[in-house]
Design a binder for this molecule. Sequence first.
Ligand SMILES: [Zn+2]
Length: 265
Amino acid sequence: VRFRFTIALGLALPFFAATIHDDSVARFLDRRFPSSNISYLLVNVRERGVTASRWYDADRPIPVGSLVKPFTALAFAEAHPGGFPEFTCRGAIDRCWLARGHGRLNITGAIAQSCNAYFLNLAARVPPEAMRDVVARFGLTMPPVQSADAYIGEHGLWRLSPDALVQAYAELASRADDPTVSIILAGMAECARHGTASALGAGVLAKTGTAPCTHEPRATGDGFVLALYPASSPQFALLLREHGAPGADAARIAAQFLDALRTGF
Ligand SMILES: [Zn+2]
């Protein structure tokens, strides 16, 4: 099975300008990224198969922080056909993680910067039934409480399985023709270029998250990054978790990870 995946990867992907050997993608990645601090799932967007993975208990729901925000944006759009608002983030006073504030933001900037103030404002106006629709469409599950905090991924309230989450993003990538989805993907492009996932740079669509750690040995928090690539027509979805680090650090590892896939075989 691994051998077949390797071949599929090589044939399907001019993006990986690499010589394919008999070695599997998974074994290659495990060799290049041996740290047990790193968990990952690499999924083929079109076929939805797992190309390579190292994630113990990937079907167990865990807090994923701000990785839920794109789905909250979709639920907002469903209930508010007029489009996304602009909002001025004043920082700590608006409960944003960036104490000095992000200033005036539209949806693109809010996704790129993962602005909590913008998304709290959005989430407060998301009816649970709209969220229920989005969650069903993307194969996710509802949080146990319907609140703005839960909808922006705060306090570990909304738990999703890594398996389901990476598939939901693959589904998002495959719906790029939808006008609302295309706005969200533009935000993820900006996130990779100049936002919280700027370690990845152009050519990737990304979103970061930071959440309470739920595995052993316990750390204060874990960093997450979701990357879709290539940006122009995503063929792969990568979910990567770095133990005991913020999301921006996980994006740095993901950048090395994608570089290794591009050049490393
Ligand atoms: Zn903010």
